[in-house]
Design a protein around this ligand. Structure first.
Ligand SMILES: Nc1ncnc2c1ncn2[C@@H]1O[C@H](COP(=O)(O)OP(=O)(O)O)[C@@H](O)[C@H]1O
Ligand SMILES: Cc1ncc(COP(=O)(O)O)c(N)n1
Length: 264
C-alpha cells in the first residue's frame, strides 16, 4: 500500500509507487493524501485532502485487504502525519517504509516546515526503514551538514536514534562519479554504489526507490536484498529516463523488466 500524494505528471507520488509495485510483482493499493498539479516543469498547485477523506481510504484498504508493506510519501502537514501515524498504530502493518518527502525537484514544498517535528516524533519510530535524501536527512537533523559519504554515515547514525529499524540514506544529491547510498542497521553501515548516470531526468527517483524497497519487503526479502533490488530498479529506471515535457522528465519504471527480457 502507498499513502502519498498524486502527481498528475505520472513520474512521482502515487503514480510512481503503483507502477513500481506492478513492475516488481506485488499488488498495489493506495490512499491519496493530496492532489498535486504537476508536470516536468514543476508543481503548479497542491490540494491537500480533508483528513476524513484520507482516513476513510486507509480504513477501507487496511480493514479488509491489509498490506504486507506500507510506504508513505508526501504527507504535507503535521495533521496528516498524525492521522497516518494513528492509523499505522491501529492496524500495525509489519513493514512501514517512510519516505520523508519534503521538496519537489523544482523546489516546491511538499511538506510544511512545522510538520518536520511530527515526522520525527510520530512517524520515524513506526518505520522499518526511513529513506531520506541528503537535504531531507539534513532537515530532520536540524541542518546537519552532509557533504561526503562519511557525513552520510554519521547522519544515518543520528537518524537511527529517532526510532526507525533501518536508515537508508540516499546520496543522489552529492557530487561524484558514483551515486552512493548508505544502509544503517544501528550497528553497521553498508554502502550501495553505482556509477552516476549523466541525466537531468530524475523526477520521481525517491518515490520509486522507496516503493521498490517496500515491494521487496512485502515479498519477504531481508532488508539488504530489498535495498539491492531497489538500487537495481532505480538505476535501470534512471538509465532509461524519459525525455517527455520540457523540464525534468520521469524515470522509466519498466526499464529493469525490459532489460531482463532482452537479456533472456
Ligand atoms: N544521476 C544518478 N545516477 C545514478 N543513480 C542516481 C542518480 N541520481 C540519483 N540516483 C540514485 O537514485 C536513488 C534516489 O536518489 P536521490 O536523488 O538521492 O533521492 P531523491 O530522489 O529522494 O531526491 C538513490 O539510490 C540514488 O543513489
Ligand atoms: C506527489 C509527489 N510526491 C513526491 C514527489 C517527490 O518526487 P521525487 O521522488 O523526485 O523526490 C513529488 N514530486 N510529487
Amino acid at each position: 500500500m502507498t499513502i502519498a500524494g498524486s502527481d498528475s505528471g505520472g513520474g512521482a507520488g502515487i503514480q510512481a509507487d503503483l507502477k513500481t509495485f506492478q513492475e516488481l510483482g506485488v499488488f498495489g493499493t493506495s490512499a491519496i493524501t493530496a492532489i498535486t498539479s504537476q508536470n516536468t516543469l514543476g508543481v503548479q498547485a497542491v490540494f491537500p485532502l480533508p483528513l476524513d477523506t484520507i482516513a476513510s481510504q486507509i480504513d477501507s484498504v487496511l480493514s479488509d485487504i491489509g498490506a504486507d508493506a506500507v510506504k508513505t510519501g508526501m504527507l504535507f502537514s503535521a495533521d496528516i502525519i498524525r492521522l497516518v501515524a494513528d492509523k499505522l498504530r491501529l492496524y500495525g502493518p509489519q513493514q512501514v517504509v517512510v519516505d520523508p518527502v519534503m521538496i519537489a525537484k523544482g523546489g516546491a514544498a511538499l511538506l510544511q516546515n512545522e510538520a518536520i517535528e511530527a515526522l520525527r516524533r510520530e512517524l520515524l519510530p513506526l518505520a522499518a526503514v526511513v529513506t531520506p535524501n541528503v537535504p531531507e536527512a539534513s532537515a530532520i537533523l536540524d541542518g546537519a551538514v552532509i557533504r561526503s559519504v562519511d557525513d552520510m554515515i554519521e547522519a544515518a547514525r543520528s537518524l537511527h536514534r529517532l526510532g526507525p529499524r533501518y536508515v537508508f540514506l540516499k546520496g543522489g544529491h552529492l557530487e561524484g562519479e558514483e551515486a552512493v547510498d548508505v544502509l544503517f542497521d544501528g550497528k553497521e553501515a553498508r554502502l550501495f554504489r553505482t556509477p552516476r548516470i549523466r541525466t537531468k531526468h530524475t523526477h520521481g527517483t525517491g518515490c520509486t526507490t522507496a516503493s521498490a524497497i517496500a515491494a521487496g519487503l512485502a515479498k519477504g526479502l531481508p532488508i539488504d536484498e530489498a535495498v539491492a533490488l531497489a538500487k537495481r530498479f532505480i538505476t535501470a529506471a534512471i538509465g532509461s529516463a524519459l525525455e517527455i515535457g520540457s523540464g525534468i522528465g520521469p524515470t522509466h519504471h519498466a526499464a529493469l523488466r525490459l532489460q531482463q527480457q532482452s537479456s533472456s
